[in-house]
Write a protein that binds this ligand. Structure first.
Ligand SMILES: [Ca+2]
Ligand SMILES: [Ca+2]
Ligand SMILES: [Ca+2]
Ligand SMILES: [Ca+2]
Length: 198
């Protein structure tokens, strides 16, 4: 029996075949119809694509694509795959997201890095200007502060009409894990340390 697939609006993926390429596809998705997916565009980036997020940052009806690469770069691409800007951060980018941290209606580009950068979070405006950073790596339950940012999500968790950035970080080798809730300007509004891996 055929499965009826959901219509994929716009999905960005990094492929295992072309590691440095970002490929955007659209079409109905089901096990039977994967071959029907159409490549809308592909964009060659500088290194392996570690993370991708799609959002209409500026509410103009066109979605932008945020991508983070192994060679420490954050890219913002337009809806046709053209690079609007790229910025270099302190180490490999592990996660990217979009969040309106200051409540002005425009989403910021959020990126997290690995333990070589002590698990930092970077926020850029839509023009690529750095707005703030926050280091999630800290000594707690373990004698060093080498945390990887593993998860970033956002939402208005305290009803102040500004989205908080919620970051999950884990030690690169051992167990300590940390959840940070970052408010406007990257201010730490809440945190939780777990002695084990999360
Ligand atoms: Ca847009
Ligand atoms: Ca904003
Ligand atoms: Ca809030
Ligand atoms: Ca807040």
């Amino acid at each position: 029996m055929k499965k009826t697939g959901n219509i994929l609006r716009t999905v960005a993926i990094s492929t295992a075949i072309a590691l440095a390429f970002l490929v955007v596809i659209s079409g109905p998705v089901s096990a039977e119809y994967v071959a029907d997916l159409t490549v809308l565009w592909s964009s060659g980036l500088s290194d392996n694509v570690n993370a991708v997020f799609v959002a209409d940052l500026d509410n103009n009806g066109q979605k932008e694509v945020i991508a983070g690469t192994r060679d420490n770069k954050v890219f913002l691409l337009d809806s046709n795959g053209n690079t609007k800007w790229s910025k270099t951060v302190g180490s490999a980018v592990t996660q990217v997201y979009a969040a309106d941290t200051d409540g002005d209606g425009i989403k910021e580009v959020i990126a997290g890095t690995d333990y070589n950068d002590l698990g930092k979070v970077y926020a850029f405006d839509t023009n690529g200007n750095l707005q703030w950073t926050f280091q999630t790596g800290a000594k707690h339950y373990w004698p060093d502060n080498k945390l990887n940012v593993r998860v970033i999500i956002a939402g208005d968790v305290d009803n102040d009409a500004k989205e908080e950035v919620v970051v999950g970080s884990t030690h690169y080798y051992w167990f300590p894990s940390r959840i940070c809730v970052l408010g406007e300007n990257g201010i730490l509004e809440g945190e939780y340390w777990n002695p084990g891996y999360m």
